[in-house]
Ligand binder design. Structure first.
Ligand code: UDP
Length: 197
C-alpha cells in the first residue's frame, strides 16, 4: 500500500524530500490549475471527524502530508508506516531553497502586519533570488477579501503561502482555488512568526 489510512484520512507514504520533489515538479510543469498542499496537523485531523466539508477539502487536495508525530506513530502501530512527519514549516523552507535556485515567485498571505514585514525582510535577505510578487497580512475583513483575491491573481505567484492558521487557511485556499492564479498553495500555520523571529 502506498497510503496509510489514519482517522479516515489517506496519507501517502512520502518523506519530506519526496513531497518537495512532487511539489517542485508541479511548479516546473507550469500548469494553470492550482495544486493545493495540505499539511494535516492534529487540529485538521480532529476537525475532519465532524466537518465533512473540511474532509472533502482535504480529500480534494493535490498532496497531503502528515504534520503530526501522533499521526506518524499511529501509522507505525497499524503497520502502515509513514516515513516521517512533514510540517508546513519544513515544506516552506525547502520551497524557499528550491525557489531561490529556480527563481520562483512567492506571495505571502497571513500573519499580523509587523510579522509580515519582518518575515518579508528575512526571506529576501536569506533567499535573494526568490521573487516576492506580493504579500498581505492576515487580518483582512470580508469586504477586503475580493480585492485581495484580485491582487493575488494579478501577482500570479508560483507559490502562494497562506499563514492564516489551520484549518482557516485550507478553507480559504479551497474557496478561492479557481481565482488565485497560483501554481501551488499551501497553508503554513504560524511559520511566518517563526521566520520573523
Ligand atoms: N492569523 C492570521 N489571520 C487570522 C488568524 C491568524 O493571519 O485571522 C495568523 C497568525 O498571525 C499566525 C498564524 O495565522 O501567524 C496562525 O498561527 P498558529 O500557530 O495559530 O496556527 P497553526 O500553526 O496552529 O495552524
Amino acid at each position: 500500500e502506498n497510503y496509510a489510512k489514519i482517522m479516515g484520512i489517506h496519507f501517502p507514504k512520502l518523506t519530506l524530500d519526496r513531497s518537495v520533489g512532487i511539489v517542485s515538479s508541479i511548479i516546473e510543469q507550469k500548469k494553470t490549475e492550482l495544486f493545493h498542499v495540505v499539511t494535516v496537523n492534529p487540529e485538521i485531523t480532529m476537525a475532519c471527524q465532524t466537518d465533512s466539508r473540511l474532509r472533502s477539502i482535504v480529500e480534494e487536495a493535490g498532496l497531503i502530508t502528515a504534520d503530526g508525530i501522533g499521526i506518524v506513530m499511529v501509522s507505525r502501530l497499524k503497520g502502515s508506516n509513514l516515513p516521517e512527519r512533514v510540517t508546513g514549516y519544513d515544506m516552506l523552507l525547502r520551497l524557499l531553497e528550491a525557489g531561490n535556485q529556480k527563481k520562483w515567485s512567492f506571495y505571502f498571505l497571513g500573519a499580523d502586519p509587523v510579522t509580515s514585514e519582518k518575515a518579508y525582510e528575512a526571506i529576501s535577505k536569506t533567499y535573494p533570488n526568490v521573487l516576492i510578487s506580493g504579500r498581505h497580512h492576515g487580518f483582512f475583513t470580508q469586504d477586503e477579501e475580493a480585492g485581495l483575491v484580485e491582487e493575488i491573481h494579478a501577482a500570479k505567484p508560483d507559490v502562494l503561502i497562506v499563514a492564516l492558521g489551520a484549518p482557516y487557511a485550507e478553507r480559504w485556499i479551497h474557496k478561492y482555488k479557481l481565482k488565485l492564479n497560483a501554481r501551488i498553495a499551501i497553508g503554513v500555520g504560524g511559520s511566518l512568526d517563526v521566520i520573523a523571529g
